[in-house]
Design a protein around this ligand. Structure first.
Ligand SMILES: Cc1cc2nc3c(=O)[nH]c(=O)nc-3n(C[C@H](O)[C@H](O)[C@H](O)COP(=O)(O)O)c2cc1C
Length: 192
């Protein structure tokens, strides 16, 4: 394994929950690839990298919208609900308290902070798409501290760790196979 891969662990973001909506179907996932992408106080931007095999990818690509939630340290249960299985298999929102945001997206009732975003650009990376989102609404949820990636890794039970590593291997295979196939991508904006 390339030693740079290990060193790049230091560049993972806090653990955040992404939610999205297509028609009446709500979905959500976990990413640790979220970044503030603009310093402008008037035009805040965020970016996220989403693997192409996820259900959320299809929904965000089609609707051009997502909500990003910075999670609180106490919200490991949300990581498990959203980040360990696909919404293609089960409705993840059945037991997840939420409300409807200004863009119509599901907003988690509990979180450290949230941001409702419209996609304004996208970049193909081969195995994933980097979505650049313009923050159009947001708010603070309070809490005791942001759920950082290191904290999550240490707080996982052995059972979760095993599943996490299994899922990671599948994602790595998918991404490695597509790493050399990066296509130019022009974000055309929303159709409606
Ligand atoms: C801690 C953690 C970090 C993750 N980071 C990412 C990420 O940056 N990008 C990504 O596409 N998936 C990431 N995942 C995996 C997705 O959350 C997972 O594949 C999810 O089941 C996708 O759900 P969906 O198919 O319903 O969209 C992460 C999962 C965990 C637990």
């Amino acid at each position: 394994m390339d030693s740079n891969y290990e060193l790049l662990h230091d560049l993972t973001s806090p653990v955040v929950a992404i939610t999205c909506l297509r028609g009446k179907r709500k979905n959500g996932m976990i990413v640790n690839s979220a970044m503030r992408a603009s310093l402008s106080p008037d035009r805040p931007l965020v970016s996220i990298y989403v693997h192409k095999f996820t259900y959320s990818h299809d929904i965000i690509f089609e609707t051009g919208k997502f909500a990003l939630h910075v999670l609180d340290k106490s919200q490991m249960d949300v990581v498990y609900k959203l980040g360990f299985k696909s919404g293609r298999e089960a409705d993840k929102f059945k037991d997840l308290p939420h409300r409807t945001g200004k863009l119509g997206l599901p907003i988690l009732k509990d979180c450290y902070s949230y941001f409702e975003c419209e996609v304004v650009n996208a970049m193909d990376t081969g195995g994933s798409t980097c979505f650049l989102g313009s923050v159009v609404n947001g708010g603070s949820g309070g809490g005791t501290g942001v759920l950082e990636s290191d904290h999550m890794r240490n707080a996982m039970s052995d059972e979760w760790k095993e599943l996490y590593l299994k899922n990671l291997k599948v994602a790595q295979r998918f991404i490695t196979e597509r790493a050399g196939k990066i296509k130019p991508l022009i974000w055309k904006g929303l159709k409606s």
